[in-house]
Structures are given as structure tokens and as C-alpha cells.
Design a protein around this ligand. Structure first.
Ligand code: BYC
Length: 313
């Protein structure tokens, strides 16, 4: 007798409970597939759009070493986008559909990349805070239940580790440097602190997807848990360098062992997520231009594939 939908769901959830990975050809609930396509494609878009704030500084790097490091980092982000688009394609979507959703403004990507990078110190702060936040989240995702996503995360996390270290090294140097360098580092912290905290998403009480994602072991920790770990890690390190976290309400709760933040500006968060941030239009216009400029490559590839198929027939 054919297994019913309910039997399949029970068997699927039993596999998750045993810690097994789900692979592309395996049966999965439609909502699990949809959640993964949503999240992996948003993640891929974030990597690709995330190249823009830093890419803008490649030509203005202060020396050859810094330029090489930044070039390597930005190229890594492009590679992350590639792995992730491929991981999403294993679920039955296409690259074309995902890119169309991004360019039409329908798909989301991390809100943090809609802020401008105004000084060279921003490159260090993005590395330390933004890549640091990404690592916390992605170390969790490396254990997620979908095989291709979890395997992509292993390599991505290693590369993000290098990204975070280059940023941290730069900010430590600036914080111990000249008064001008300290001012640049503080200014960068003032502008990137809150957008970095917003990367973890809304509070758990407002997180519409978390229940499904946690049930199916796509996420294993909540938005607020990860954000708290980030603040606990960063607040003392920044203060030890003499940098002031731009949160007058920040205080240490010795009983819980947590650094407690003031409330995030959720109106700003949702405005940026919905397309109204300082650089949303500029970021999408840059992606649209890159897509248009790449049209000849896609045409050449299609012609090559068609000719190879004709020759093989
Ligand atoms: N920005 O139900 P929730 C990098 C949306 S790039 C924009 O909690 P979920 C790097 C959310 O999509 C790595 N939108 O969602 C690259 C949902 O809307 P939809 C970035 C956000 O999925 C270059 C709604 O709000 N990392 O490292 O449970 C240079 C409700 O949220 C955001 C990833 O992409 C946001 N911050 O949790 C440097 C990690 N937050 O889709 C560095 C993968 C929430 O229902 N993604 N929304 O219409 C995730 O881990 C999760 O999707 C999130 C959100 C934690 C982001």
C-alpha cells in the first residue's frame, strides 16, 4: 500500500529526530522545500549584494596588502553566492527565477547592506561586525537538516573566519592608532552597530518563520539567542579597545551573564527591509547594471550549449 502524506511526514520527522540530513531527491514536505528556497535564495542575494559596500573601496585601499585582502574577501562573497544559488537549485527553483525575484524587489536580502560605506574604517567594521554576526548565524546553519545547505556553510564559515579576522585586525590597529584613526573607528562603530544587530532578524515574538524552521531543524537557535551571543562577544572586546558601543542603555546583567542592549529601532528595520533604506535603490540599480552587462555572457553560453548539443546529436 502506498504511504499516505501523513506517513511520509512522520517518517520525515523521524529522520530529522535521528539527526539525518535530508538530500535533494528525498521526500520532503512542500513547506520545508519552500522555506529552504526562501532562506537560501535570500542568503545568496545577501552575499552578492554584500559585495557592493566593500567593492566600492577596492580602488581606494590605502596600500597593496590591504587591496589584496579586500579583493580576496569580495571574491569570496561572490563564491558564497554561487554555492548558495546551486544549493537552492537542488530544491527545484532556477537561477533565473531567483535573480528575477531579486531584481524586481520581490526577494529580500540582508538589510545591513542597504547602508553606505563612508570611510576606509567601515571596511574593518563590516569585517568584524557584519562577518562576525554572519559567522554566528552560519555556524548554526552548518548543522541544518538540509545536506547541500549545511555543506555549503562549512566552507563559507571558514572563509568568513578570515573576513572577520581581517576586520578585527584593522579596527584594533585603528583603535590603538592616531587620534584621527580612533575617530574613524568610532564613527564606523556608531553607524554599523545597530544594522549589525538587525542582521539577526526581528525578535522571536515577531519572527513568523522561526516555528517552521526550528521544527524542521533548519535553524537550531532563535534570532534573539544569536543576537544575545553576538552582543556578549562584541561589547567587552570593543570596550577593551576604548571604543564606545553606541547604546546608552547597554549594561551587564551579572546574574544572567548577559550584556543587555537597548531596544532596536524596529521601524527603521522594517523600512529598510521593505526597500526604504538609504541605499536600497542604489544596490538594486548596481545589480541590474551587472545583470545587463552580463547578458552577452549568458547568450554566449546558451549558444555554446546549443552547438554542443547539436554536435552530440
Ligand atoms: N534583513 O521570520 P523571520 C554575509 C525578514 S551575507 C532582511 O525571523 P527568518 C556577508 C525575513 O526574511 C550573510 N530581511 O525570518 C556578505 C522574513 O521575511 P519573509 C547573510 C530580514 O528567516 C558580504 C521577515 O523578515 N546571512 O555574511 O526566520 C559581506 C521575518 O523574519 C532580516 C544570511 O542570509 C534581515 N536582517 O530569520 C559581508 C543568513 N531579518 O522572507 C558579509 C540566512 C529578517 O518571510 N538567513 N528578515 O518575507 C537567516 O538565517 C534567516 O533568514 C534570518 C531571518 C535570521 C535572516
Amino acid at each position: 500500500m502506498e504511504p499516505t502524506e501523513a506517513d511520509r511526514l512522520t517518517a520525515f520527522e523521524a529522520r530529522l529526530a535521528r539527526g539525518e540530513k535530508i538530500e535533494p531527491g528525498d521526500w520532503m514536505p512542500e513547506a520545508y522545500r519552500r522555506q529552504l528556497i526562501r532562506m537560501i535564495s535570500q542568503h545568496a542575494h545577501s552575499e552578492v549584494i554584500g559585495m557592493l559596500p566593500e567593492g566600492a573601496w577596492i580602488t581606494r585601499a590605502p596600500n597593496l596588502r590591504q587591496k589584496l585582502v579586500l579583493l580576496a574577501k569580495v571574491q569570496d562573497e561572490a563564491g558564497h553566492g554561487q554555492y548558495l544559488y546551486h544549493a537552492a537549485e537542488t530544491l527545484g527553483t532556477t537561477r533565473e527565477a531567483m535573480i528575477a525575484a531579486l531584481l524586481s524587489g520581490q526577494a529580500k536580502y540582508a538589510s545591513v547592506f542597504n547602508y553606505p560605506s563612508l570611510s576606509w574604517a567601515d571596511i574593518g567594521m563590516i569585517g568584524w561586525l557584519v562577518d562576525g554576526a554572519a559567522i554566528l548565524n552560519q555556524t548554526m546553519l552548518a548543522r541544518c537538516s538540509y545536506g547541500p545547505y549545511s555543506r555549503a556553510m562549512v566552507r563559507i564559515c571558514m572563509e568568513e573566519g578570515f573576513h572577520k579576522k581581517q576586520g578585527q585586525e584593522m579596527i584594533i590597529r585603528y583603535a590603538r592608532g592616531t587620534p584621527r584613526q580612533r575617530t574613524l573607528a568610532q564613527d564606523a562603530l556608531n553607524r554599523w552597530w545597530w544594522p549589525a544587530l538587525m542582521m539577526f532578524g526581528p525578535h522571536d515574538s515577531a519572527s513568523t518563520n522561526s516555528a517552521d524552521l526550528l521544527r524542521w531543524k533548519i535553524k537550531t537557535r532563535t534570532n534573539d539567542e544569536l543576537r544575545q551571543e553576538f552582543v556578549n562577544e562584541l561589547a567587552p572586546d570593543l570596550q577593551a579597545l576604548g571604543l564606545a558601543v553606541p547604546d546608552p542603555a547597554l549594561q551587564f546583567d551579572a546574574t544572567a551573564g548577559n550584556w543587555i542592549s537597548g531596544e532596536l529601532d524596529w521601524d527603521e528595520f522594517w523600512r529598510v527591509v521593505k526597500g526604504g533604506g538609504p541605499c536600497n535603490a542604489e544596490r538594486l540599480a548596481a545589480r541590474q547594471k551587472a545583470h545587463d552587462d552580463g547578458q552577452w555572457v549568458r547568450e554566449a553560453l546558451a549558444a555554446y550549449t546549443a552547438r554542443s548539443a547539436a554536435e552530440a546529436a
